[in-house]
Design a protein around this ligand. Structure first.
Ligand code: MF3
Ligand code: CO
Ligand code: CO
Length: 274
């Protein structure tokens, strides 16, 4: 497991994470009825290449058993849980979409995702997006030295299930830093006190996927797209988080980052832009 202790390394990781968050800010006004997921991907690629001058971590990404991912963002609409491939799909009023971006800056990976409402939402869709956001923050709230991975997973699972939703098991958060996906795995369910203890310098993502219906998934034949087996709505939010001496620091922060729910008393400090 990679521990970050060198302040210069941490500055680079902060910068990479901030750029990933800036991409999500940039895309926000374009997420409207009529836009295609492919157009959002094109805008993302253009912005990260021309404005931020960073690299996409997902274009051509091909873990063992997967075909190369073609896009600079994952576009997961409605019942798509994660890894939606951008393409010809036209967003319509009432859709919900997760945009997940990972970039490489100076050798460091920044990984974050948010939900976007396309036009008006059903009450269920709004409640699912909100609850999933709270689930991510219930997990983040557990992060401090001495807490365990089970504490994080349990807090997320408890909050999602209390709302009547279910937690996806097959995909999880992950260590991140000089590599995209690394140890430890951050499960979004679990038991308090179980699993490894957190120590300062650990960096990982918390990225719960929450389904309105049952937790079971189906993998589509494109090799990437993951959907709910019962076709119920799904939502996901993702931050990259550092374990500090006293608690946590959320790294994927930008001027447009959604502020935490009311049960988190500390607002996110928006970094001065480089
Ligand atoms: N960004 C995703 C994550 O949070 C991984 C996407 S891999 C891709 O871990 F190839 F589908 F883009
Ligand atoms: Co991730
Ligand atoms: Co991601």
């Amino acid at each position: 497991m990679e521990l970050i202790t060198d302040p210069a390394d941490l500055a680079k990781m902060r910068a990479a994470c901030q750029d990933a968050a800036l991409i999500l800010d940039y895309l926000t006004p374009f997420v409207k009825p009529g836009v295609t997921t492919g157009e959002l991907d094109r805008l993302c690629m253009e912005y990260l290449t021309d404005e931020l001058k960073v690299k996409s971590a997902t274009v051509g990404y091909a873990p063992p058993g997967y075909p190369p991912f073609p896009g600079a963002i994952c576009t997961s609409v409605n019942h798509v849980i994660c890894h939606g491939i951008p393409g010809d799909k036209i967003l319509k009023n009432g859709d919900s979409i997760n945009l997940d971006v990972t970039i490489i800056k100076d050798g460091w990976f920044g990984d974050t995702s948010r939900m976007y409402a396309v036009g008006e939402q059903s009450i269920l869709s709004r409640r699912l997006m909100e609850t999933t956001f709270e689930c991510m923050w219930k997990g983040i709230q557990q992060v401090r030295p001495g807490a365990t991975l089970g504490d994080i997973g349990h807090a997320i699972q408890r909050h999602g299930e209390a709302a009547g939703f279910s937690i996806v098991r097959e995909y999880c958060g992950h260590g991140v830093g000089r590599r995209f996906h690394q140890d430890p795995q951050i499960l979004h369910y679990g038991k308090p006190g179980m699993g490894i203890k957190l120590v300062p310098g650990m960096i990982f993502t918390i990225e719960p996927m929450v389904n309105a219906g049952r937790k079971e998934i189906r993998n589509l034949s494109d090799g990437w797209t993951v959907v709910t087996r019962d076709h119920s709505l799904s939502a996901q939010w993702e931050h990259s988080v550092l374990v500090t001496e006293t608690g946590y620091e959320v790294l994927t922060v930008s001027p447009g980052v959604p502020q935490p729910p009311a049960f988190i008393t500390e607002p996110l400090a928006v970094p001065a832009l480089a």
